[in-house]
Design a protein around this ligand. Structure first.
Ligand code: FE
Length: 193
């Protein structure tokens, strides 16, 4: 029954994308839809909410047939987080459970030899939504803001994000490195609608 919430969200995003809006307008509309989805925590199946001790998980929930967007659940165990990375496409991050720490960084190419410093840090509480995109700031590091419990966020990107060729910042070598993340699961939750 609660699957209905997620399917309704997909219908809304489909309709928004079909309108071919400018990016700011698209982000406004999709943020409203994502905020409505994460206002309820009764729809995500347990298999896509499972933390794993070794590493944070990114479970793909849906990929648009034309790869115009994808939706995934990120599950952070205590202390888990991403490297500093970019996306190359628009993205929305909405916290479903727990809380997330977001650290924003300038584009590495824009700073002098390897001195990449966090420009802004903020915490996203449950129900909050954050945005990324090459036009508004695309480099960040995301981690669990809780030290004693898992956190879960729902991510929407303007592509099949697991297949996108993008980058992370290697802190040891201070270099931009290539990255294709894939997903933690083989099959999206929703494969037919
Ligand atoms: Fe990210």
């Amino acid at each position: 029954m609660t699957k209905h919430r997620f399917l309704q969200f997909l219908d809304t995003v489909d309709a928004v994308i079909a309108r071919a809006l400018t990016e700011p307008a698209l982000l406004d509309e999709c943020e409203t839809a994502l905020a409505a989805l994460i206002a309820y925590d009764d729809w995500l199946p347990a298999e896509f909410a499972k933390p794993v001790a070794e590493k944070y998980q990114s479970y793909v929930l849906y990929v648009d047939p034309q790869s115009r967007y994808s939706v995934s659940s990120f599950v952070w165990g205590p202390g888990q987080g991403t490297p500093i990375h970019n996306h190359t496409v628009w993205g929305l991050v909405g916290v479903l459970r727990g809380a997330e720490r977001c650290e924003e960084f300038p584009t590495p190419e824009s700073v002098a030899s390897g001195a990449l410093r966090c420009a802004h840090q903020h915490n996203l509480p449950r129900g909050a939504v954050d945005r990324v995109s090459p036009t508004i700031g695309d480099w960040h590091r995301v981690s669990n803001a809780l030290t004693d419990a898992p956190s879960i966020s729902i991510h929407v990107y303007g592509a099949d994000i697991g297949r996108v060729h993008r980058n992370y910042w290697d802190e040891a070598t201070r270099r931009v490195m290539p990255m294709v993340t894939g997903y933690s699961n083989d099959q999206p939750w929703i494969t037919a609608r």
